[in-house]
Design a protein around this ligand. Structure first.
Ligand code: NAD
Ligand code: USQ
Length: 382
């Protein structure tokens, strides 16, 4: 297949581009490099040193003979996007290219507006571009599990059968997101639903949980192919943050009571899920929703797991319950369905002590890169 990976310089996009290329697909990357600019804005960095995208793809071609084309540009610029679609005529468009940090979207008005403009306009442009230029192209869009929030009933995969006043219908599952970022994903989902209905676009909306780890088989092939790894308070996510904190003698930063439960998956499963979606395209006019995660954990459970493994490795981490900078439930029911990707062939990499140890051994090599002032949370929801 001819596949475009938008956001292919990022944490999920880069390993996905390599994995799809290795499977023999023709891959091109669209990226505006805005994530690297945000590092500068926040005076932050990836824990792992990352080569430029050009160096990365050159190295990949040297190692494998596979070429990956780079389009350096912004999805918000429609003329740029149209030219790429005309040039590539993709079978699938994998869309990772959004501002993905909840805290970043909550810094102030400007950051909330930037996030929603970047994400919603970018996705609208992709929808119009597919309609006008490549109407058969399958849109594989990264949404988030957080679109659903934390309802007191099980979360279904996108849709809910409802009986109301004696009548039945299958309706989009209610959305109760917890940040302006998560809201941008809900707005995207609505726009995609509408575009599928009126124009017959085929789309898969992957409601992905929190991704942990950094390596895949491909990124490990050479230091130039190393993936980025965020640990700071704005872009770092639970688990990866806890593992890194444990190696530098920082307390593990559990926000509030720590009963916040979420769906998680290994980056190795992210890349496979995208392949599964691409190999099994949605029908024309269909918007499929897959919940893309493999296991559920509370943040307190994760901190306890990391503490235990880190102690085995000779570290002495403590767990601190910080005042929660976010507005969210800290003690709640949580269960989400995740059968559809498994039915299509996903074999999950589950989280055990060995997996935590492996990530820990990798991050410890780079712990000198940590800027300690970027660990404690500074962005408040209130
Ligand atoms: P990331 O920030 O590392 O990568 C996103 C990439 O997209 C960056 O390289 C950035 O430069 C690029 N980009 C952003 N806006 C763009 C635009 N308008 N035009 C072109 N390029 C643009 O993020 P990630 O962690 O790789 O996440 C990728 C996607 O997966 C996001 O949509 C995110 O919401 C979703 N997701 C991520 C996680 C996670 O735990 N990382 C979990 C669930 C969903
Ligand atoms: N948390 C802590 N301590 C920390 C960091 C986070 O207790 O040091 C808590 C948060 O309060 C929250 C939970 O851990 O309850 C998850 O926070 P996170 O920062 O790990 O992840 P989140 O903000 O939800 O966002 C991440 C990605 C986002 C993706 C989302 C998937 O950045 O792109 O959409 O995970 S989901 O959570 O399923 O919506």
């Amino acid at each position: 297949m001819n596949i475009i990976v938008a956001g292919g310089d990022g944490f999920c996009g880069w390993p996905t581009a390599l994995y799809l290329s290795k499977q023999g697909h023709k891959v091109s990357i669209i990226d505006s490099m805005v994530r690297r600019k945000i590092d500068n804005e926040l005076h932050s960095n990836s824990l792992t040193p990352i080569a430029s995208l050009q160096e990365r793809v050159n190295r990949w071609e040297e190692l494998t003979g596979n070429k990956i084309t780079i389009y350096d540009g912004d999805l918000v610029h429609y003329d740029f996007l149209k030219e790429v679609l005309k040039q590539e005529q993709p079978d699938a468009f994998v869309h990772f290219a959004e501002q993905r940090s909840a805290p970043y979207s909550m810094i102030d008005r400007e950051h909330a507006v930037y996030t929603q403009h970047n994400n919603v306009t970018g996705t609208l442009n992709v929808l119009f571009g597919i309609k006008e230029i490549v109407p058969d192209c399958h849109l594989i869009k990264l949404g988030t599990l957080g679109e659903y929030g934390t309802p007191n009933i099980p979360i279904e995969e996108g849709y809910l059968e409802i009986e109301h006043k004696g009548r039945k219908d299958v309706l989009p599952y209610p959305k109760q997101p917890n940040s302006f970022y998560h809201l941008s994903k809900v707005h995207d989902s609505h726009n995609i639903t509408f575009a599928c209905k009126i124009w017959g676009i085929r789309a898969t909306d992957l409601h992905q949980g929190i991704v942990y780890g950094l390596d895949t088989e491909e990124t490990k092939m050479d230091p130039i192919l190393t993936n980025r790894l965020d640990y700071d308070d704005v872009f770092g996510t639970a688990l990866n943050r806890f593992i890194i904190q444990s190696t530098i003698g920082h307390d593990l930063t559990v926000y509030g009571k720590g009963g916040q439960t979420r769906g998680f998956l290994n980056i190795k499963d992210t890349v496979r899920c995208i392949e599964i979606a691409a190999e099994n395209p949605a029908d024309k006019g269909e918007l499929r929703v897959f919940n893309q995660f493999t296991e559920e954990f509370s943040v307190a459970d994760l901190a306890a797991k990391v503490k235990r493994v880190a102690e085995d490795e000779g570290f002495e981490p403590q767990i601190t319950n910080l005042e929660n900078p976010r507005v969210e439930l800290e003690d709640h029911f949580y269960h989400a369905e995740n059968t559809k990707l498994k039915e299509l062939g996903l074999e999950p990499h589950l989280l055990d002590d060995e997996v935590i140890r492996e990530i820990l051994e990798t991050v410890v090599k780079h712990k000198d890169q940590v800027i300690e002032t970027n660990i404690l949370p500074k962005v408040s929801w209130k």
